[in-house]
Design a protein around this ligand. Structure first.
Ligand SMILES: Cc1cc2nc3c(=O)[nH]c(=O)nc-3n(C[C@H](O)[C@H](O)[C@H](O)COP(=O)(O)OP(=O)(O)OC[C@H]3O[C@@H](n4cnc5c(N)ncnc54)[C@H](O)[C@@H]3O)c2cc1C
Length: 508
């Protein structure tokens, strides 16, 4: 591929690159996003395809994505770092890590693997247009200084995450705009929050609420957690017994990481299978873990018994049961009820309770963002990705040379990032070996009658942010080739052996 193609793009308003009169840079691969997935992709590309010229475009001014923008008190992972961390860089800390520890780990990974030179911060990608004649993507966006940029690439590897980083989801409650107290969404935690002595209501029941509440309980006057319905929690000490046992033996940290990771995966597989084969048993086992951590006679049925079977939404780890300590010490009260309306200084529930509050923290979740809000087109014709069917949960029918990383909900996100990376390296090798330029997923004749449905079956996994916005997501078929499976253990078998010439990918 040549480096010096001159390209300008006139859409009526803007002529990208024309003002610089510079030739547009061409790269073999562009990775979008320098979060944990983008760093994983960059590692695989650099080590496995050193011949490729690539860059990681990132809108923020630094790496880390999720772990950079979430700064609320206590922010931490809710799954273990042996599996959330990379397979190729040992995790040597405790299983549940703070955002700061994760950023340090990612920073070390960038340094050790020499990825820094590939990262381009303050580059917000806005448009991607595939040129069929040129067999490449034309990319355009805006830099942090407000100047436009343009470039082309052969393959677009989307590691853009799954939600808008600049705002969270806040429901439209009656009277909310009349409320006079302070409102904070954990996704945008202000630097100067002073909760001392204040009556705080945290709205939400998920991992964010469970993480935040213990971290503010000491400082606040009182914290009330107002949840519509409960979530499953998994309390336990923040240590991994096998790792603790192996570490003093002076083994290679990579070996310890590998063994502990495999054991964690094995245990998680057992738990996941149990949740589906014997949901009632799994449910009782999870609830029984809470009894000794809560005051005697505590109403677990109301406040900690979800309405769904285990693993239909994420189960959050609660290291050392810190959430429950706050309840035992009277610092935290759980209220399970629906919001009826807000007044100037309180929340009134449908059950008739009035919760006076100086501060409301809306731990109400994410606002789903599909493909980083990039406007995709092919030869100038806009693409609606929600009308496409996914190829193995990573590419899309009708869209050439573009893949995204969408991780697991039930297992660590990064496990899938690794599988996707391996697959794409194989695909890029295949294209190169055959002298081909592009791969485009397309349903085969044999798929014509295939049932096509939502991205994820709501009976299988149903968190609020997906249910609210499922219509924006690509569709899934009922064959393994056309699905995003939530099962890491199945995909770990399927991906490496997936036949690249089974007709699902059309090559040029
Ligand atoms: C508080 C919290 C805790 C979590 N804990 C866990 C956990 O323990 N285990 C787990 O599996 N998952 C967890 N998750 C989910 C988590 O978001 C993912 O697992 C993972 O961090 C996603 O990484 P990512 O790199 O794919 O996306 P992100 O971290 O969202 O990064 C995407 C990056 O892409 C950039 N980007 C997006 N669009 C554009 C664009 N158009 N132009 C340029 N750049 C763009 C963004 O700026 C961002 O930096 C947690 C989420 C939160 C919020």
């Amino acid at each position: 591929m040549d480096d010096d193609s001159k390209f300008t793009w006139d859409d009526g308003d803007l002529v990208f690159n024309a003002y610089t009169e510079q030739p547009v840079e061409h790269l073999d691969v562009v990775i979008l996003g320098a979060g944990i997935s983008g760093i994983d992709a960059a590692y695989h590309l650099k080590t496995r395809r050193p011949q490729d010229r690539f860059a990681v475009l990132e809108a923020l001014s630094d790496f880390g994505g999720t772990w950079r923008i979430h700064t609320y008190p206590g922010v931490r992972s809710d799954s273990d770092l042996y599996t959330f961390g990379f397979g190729w860089k040992p995790w040597t800390g405790v299983p549940i890590a703070t955002a700061g520890e994760i950023l340090d780990y990612l920073g070390e990974a960038i340094e050790e693997q020499g990825l820094g030179g590939h990262l381009r911060f303050n580059h917000h990608l806005e448009r991607a247009d595939w040129s069929t004649t040129e067999q490449r993507w034309h990319l355009a966006g805006t830099r942090g200084d407000g100047e436009p940029f343009a470039m082309t690439c052969g393959f677009l590897w989307m590691c853009q995450g799954y939600y808008h980083l600049d705002h969270g989801y806040t429901p439209d409650w009656e009277g909310f705009n009349h409320y006079q107290g302070q409102v904070i969404h954990p996704q945008r935690w202000p630097e100067d929050v002073d909760l001392s002595g204040k009556q705080v209501v945290v709205i939400g029941s998920g991992a964010t609420a469970a993480t935040l509440v213990p971290a503010i309980a000491e400082e606040a006057g009182h914290v009330t957690v107002l949840q519509r319905s409960p979530t499953y929690f998994w309390p336990g000490p923040n240590l991994n017994e096998l790792a603790e046992m192996l570490r003093p033996l002076d083994l290679d940290p990579a070996l310890v990481h590998d063994i502990v990771r495999k054991k964690v995966l094995y245990d998680q597989q057992m738990v996941t299978e149990l949740c589906f084969s014997e949901p009632e048993f799994a449910k009782q086992a999870l609830l029984e873990m809470l009894t000794p951590l809560l005051p005697e006679g505590y109403d677990i049925a109301t406040h900690f018994t979800p309405r769904y079977d285990p693993w239909r939404q994420r189960i959050a780890r609660i290291p050392d049961g810190d959430l429950f300590q706050g309840i035992c010490r009277g610092l935290v009260t759980m209220v399970t009820d629906e919001i009826d309306h807000f007044t100037e200084g309180s929340i009134v529930t449908k059950g008739g309770q009035e919760l006076t509050c100086d501060v409301v923290i809306t731990a109400t979740g994410f606002d789903l963002c599909v493909l980083g809000d990039v406007a995709f087109s092919i030869d100038g014709e806009p693409i609606d990705v929600s009308q496409s069917v996914t190829y193995r949960g990573l590419m899309f029918t009708g869209i050439p040379n573009m893949a995204w990383v969408f991780g697991y909900f039930r297992a660590s996100w990064t496990l899938r990032a690794d599988l996707v990376s391996e697959f794409l390296i194989r695909l890029l090798d295949h294209l190169e070996a055959q002298g081909l330029h592009s791969a485009t997923p397309a349903l085969r004749e044999a798929d014509a009658e295939m049932a096509v449905g939502p991205w994820v079956d709501p009976a299988d996994f149903n968190p609020g942010y997906l249910q609210r916005s499922m219509a924006l997501m690509p569709k899934s078929g009922d064959k393994p080739e056309w699905r995003h499976s939530q099962d890491y253990w199945t995909e770990a078998q399927l991906f490496p052996s997936a036949d690249l010439d089974d007709g699902c990918l059309q090559y040029r």
